[in-house]
Ligand binder design. Structure first.
Ligand SMILES: Cc1cc2nc3c(=O)[nH]c(=O)nc-3n(C[C@H](O)[C@H](O)[C@H](O)COP(=O)(O)OP(=O)(O)OC[C@H]3O[C@@H](n4cnc5c(N)ncnc54)[C@H](O)[C@@H]3O)c2cc1C
Length: 379
């Protein structure tokens, strides 16, 4: 007779980076999670993103979390026993005009006032030293020298496997139905089975609004499909990850010479079919922007393009923290196309909240309560 596995302490819905990281940090505290994933870990945004590991240009409320996450990235092998392909070649945001440079200067001044010094304003000479192939019209920028990039799918698998080694369990190919609270337990149906645990975590990415609604707190989550494309191999011409200031662009060259181009242009997402459709006009615009900032890109050959399904909140900030409508439930979703870098720290925050009821990091701006307040004001 098979012995049923012991009841988990926490049910985590969603096996993206945030669900995997939560399971790992819980396990390191001796708290056993069951991660329920409808497809396979890393199938969605966490496995197909640009791999940008950046503090550069973050919304100010996110900066303390991003700085704490970066410390974990620089020792990522200690956490998951895999380097996740993380390389720290810096991230640069290019100013294409004096007006861009003024915006960046104001940003750095505000960050400095808040006590953060990782972003530096640079002029044309330092910009050309960092990016020798940048176009002549670019006048300067900002750099965060210890930022970098990692390999997304490898990262999710590293977190998943480390969580399993530490005692977490994963159910993949297992769509979770609406959670119900009864008798001090969360009950989550999966097919003809029901999984139970005292605590629930909603890390369901672009589907997380459905879990939130079942918990009694609907949220205005938008399902988006950010697109990326990759070129054939080119001569080495850029080392840091590069973005622009006044138009969407994110850009990096891999060691094999291929160049990844993105920056937020969106296709169309159909989350019920796990499907996305590309918008080729926007991809062409994105490629032209890359060539305007790096003229060598005019000769690039695009080999492949894709999009991922991601959750965006109206204020572009994630939801991190306890439910305000249901007991013993927590959220980590809505990362609005910049949640990969935050993955390692968000799992630690959730584990702290579940184990101790508090987090040492300032998470108040990410409370789900902000949407209830907005709805009350509107009503
Ligand atoms: C193209 C693209 C480029 C990006 N580039 C960057 C970047 O360079 N840097 C950066 O920091 N961020 C980037 N991002 C954003 C980043 O990828 C996401 O913010 C982050 O991965 C979100 O992780 P997650 O765990 O919340 O969601 P996901 O990875 O989407 O995981 C959620 C999981 O929940 C599962 N799920 C949902 N509902 C259920 C259910 N009912 N039952 C079971 N399972 C369920 C889904 O199948 C999914 O696997 C990018 C995103 C995209 C799409």
């Amino acid at each position: 007779m098979a012995i049923a596995p012991a009841r988990p302490d926490v049910l985590v819905i969603g096996g993206g980076l945030h669900g995997c990281s939560t399971a790992l940090h819980l396990a390191r505290r001796g708290i056993k999670a069951l991660v329920i994933e409808k497809d396979h870990a890393g199938r969605h945004a966490s496995g197909v993103n640009a791999g940008g590991v950046r503090r550069l240009g973050r919304a100010f409320p996110e900066v303390p979390l991003s700085v704490a996450a970066m410390a974990l990235w620089h020792a990522i092998g200690d956490l998951v026993d895999d380097d996740c392909g993380f390389e720290s070649h810096g991230q640069v945001k290019v100013a294409e005009s004096a007006a861009d440079l003024a915006v960046l200067a104001a940003r750095v001044a505000k960050l400095n006032d808040l006590g953060f010094t990782h972003e530096e304003l640079i002029g044309a000479d330092e910009l050309r030293r960092l990016l020798p192939a940048v176009a002549p019209h670019c006048v300067g920028g900002i750099v965060s020298r210890a930022d970098g990039a990692a390999l997304p799918y490898r990262t999710v698998l590293a977190f998943r496997n480390a969580a399993i080694r530490a005692g977490a369990r994963f159910l993949e190919g297992a769509p979770a139905g609406p959670p119900v609270r009864a008798g001090g337990l969360w009950r989550v149906p999966v097919g003809d089975q029901v999984h139970e645990a005292p605590v629930l975590v909603n890390a369901a990415g672009a589907w997380a609004d459905r879990i939130a609604a079942a918990l009694g707190e609907p949220v205005p989550l938008e399902v988006i499909a950010p697109m990326l494309m990759i070129t054939a191999r080119m001569p080495a011409f850029v080392t840091p990850v590069v973005g622009a200031t006044a138009r969407p662009l994110s850009f990096k060259q891999f060691a094999n010479g291929t160049v990844l181009i993105g920056g937020g242009h969106r296709g169309v997402a159909e989350r019920d079919r796990n499907a996305t459709a590309l918008d080729f006009a926007k991809l062409a615009f994105n490629a032209r922007t890359a060539a305007e900032i790096f003229p060598i890109m005019a000769g690039a050959q695009i080999m492949r393009a894709w999009a991922g399904i991601e959750a965006r909140m109206p204020d572009d900030l994630p939801v991190i923290g306890p439910s305000i409508a249901s007991e013993a439930a927590y959220h980590a979703f809505g990362f609005s196309a910049h949640g990969f870098q935050l993955g390692p720290i968000v799992g630690a925050i959730l584990a702290d909240l579940i184990a101790t009821g508090t987090s040492a990091l300032p998470i108040a701006p990410f409370s789900i309560a902000r949407f209830a307040q907005a709805a009350a004001k509107a009503g």
